[in-house]
Design a binder for this molecule. Structure first.
Ligand SMILES: NC(=O)c1ccc[n+]([C@@H]2O[C@H](COP(=O)([O-])OP(=O)(O)OC[C@H]3O[C@@H](n4cnc5c(N)ncnc54)[C@H](OP(=O)(O)O)[C@@H]3O)[C@@H](O)[C@H]2O)c1
Length: 327
């Protein structure tokens, strides 16, 4: 039995990535061997293979950071997940047939969550709950504007804002992306590729106030979005998928009586070791109670990982991209 895994031998376009065959690894103490059924693709993965992330990993580098799969073997002292249990989590090298991962980095997949959705769940939904509830203090009856609304962070943000009882206005660059956002549960949508998208936004907002902006995109739309906030608003800085970090003049928070709040779920999770476990427990309960309906994902075969990553980098993918292991 061998283990097919994607390998990055030198940084560059994802089309240069290849698959290699290696022996199936053996789980160490406290680890489980997971047979990967699906692996989520995030913006981070595209940056890593190009050597454009803030940290360059040593080469060869094995891409992939999220997974869903089935426990195939338990290492010494690993007793929490029996063989056959469906688990999801975050681990490097997940664009592969098998990985070994510490038991404490695995969470059992809720029964009514598919492996495809579960494989892209942990990071985006933890960020969404931490960002919108803890950092953004989003309240039932408030309105949230979600930018990049068809992406992994955006589409999960919509479903979490809805679960928190908010009204959601989605913003994206194309009608097809907006349709995905509406299918994820957004109440209304605007195209921010239009020059005067703020007037369309005002129309969508109607008599409501805008309380929270959730921004994983950055660039020129951030300032316009900030200007849409009502007094007491919270602008959540999530990321800069556009490649441009916006500079919002500090008179704007004053004039709009609104605050800018940085959301760093990864950093917070390192500082508070139980944070993600608590967030995932809360999310799993919501799924069981049918309070949270995860957004649709876009599925490609694992064998097409290089071209799928190129699509992701090009901003062509609509919805969270997931690689399904056909083996
Ligand atoms: N703060 C945190 O804790 C945290 C956690 C996870 C991820 N993040 C960050 O959140 C950001 C989004 O991640 P994601 O996984 O949701 O990415 P994604 O699925 O690729 O979505 C990003 C969205 O950004 C928009 N976009 C605008 N310009 C783009 C460009 N030049 N290239 C690609 N997309 C562009 C696209 O929507 P339109 O075409 O509609 O504009 C796209 O749907 C990243 O910066 C990531 O690092 C932050």
């Amino acid at each position: 039995m061998s283990n097919r895994r994607l390998v990055c031998l030198e940084f560059g376009p994802p089309e240069n990535l290849t698959f290699e065959d290696s022996p199936v690894p053996s789980p160490g103490p406290g680890e489980v061997l997971v047979k990967i059924t699906a692996a989520g693709v995030g913006f981070f993965d595209g940056l890593m293979v190009q050597g454009l992330y803030q940290i360059k990993p040593p080469l060869p580098y094995y891409p992939g950071s999220e997974f869903a799969g089935t426990v195939a073997e338990q290492g010494d002292g690993a007793h929490h997940f029996k063989v056959g249990t469906r688990v999801m989590g975050l681990s490097g090298g997940s664009f592969a047939d098998y990985i070994c991962v510490s038991e404490k980095d695995c969470t059992e997949i809720p029964p009514n969550l598919s492996d495809e959705v579960a494989s892209g769940f942990c990071a985006n939904y933890s960020t969404g709950l931490y960002g919108l509830q803890t950092c953004g203090q989003l309240q039932p009856g408030e309105t949230a504007l979600i930018l990049g609304a068809s992406g992994g962070i955006g589409s999960s943000g919509i479903t979490i804002a809805k679960a928190l009882g908010a009204r959601v206005i989605a913003a994206a660059s194309t009608q097809a992306k907006l349709d995905l956002a509406l299918a994820s549960g957004a109440d209304a949508g605007v195209l921010y590729s239009k020059d005067d998208w703020r007037s369309d936004f005002r129309q969508a907002l109607g008599e409501d106030t805008l309380n929270v902006v959730y921004d994983p995109v950055g660039g020129s739309i951030s300032e316009t979005a900030f200007r849409c906030l009502s007094p007491g608003g919270r602008f959540l800085v999530i990321g800069f998928a556009s490649g441009t970090i916006p500079s919002i003049p500090l008179n704007l928070p004053l004039l709009k009586q609104s605050s800018i709040v940085g959301v760093d779920w990864g950093g917070a999770a390192v500082a508070q070791s139980n944070l993600t476990r608590g967030l995932l427990k809360n999310l799993a309960q919501w799924i069981q109670d049918k309070k949270l309906k995860p957004a649709p994902v876009t599925v490609r075969p694992l064998s097409s990982a290089p071209s799928a990553l190129a699509e992701q980098i090009g901003g062509e993918v609509i919805g969270k991209l997931v690689l399904k292991n056909e083996a």
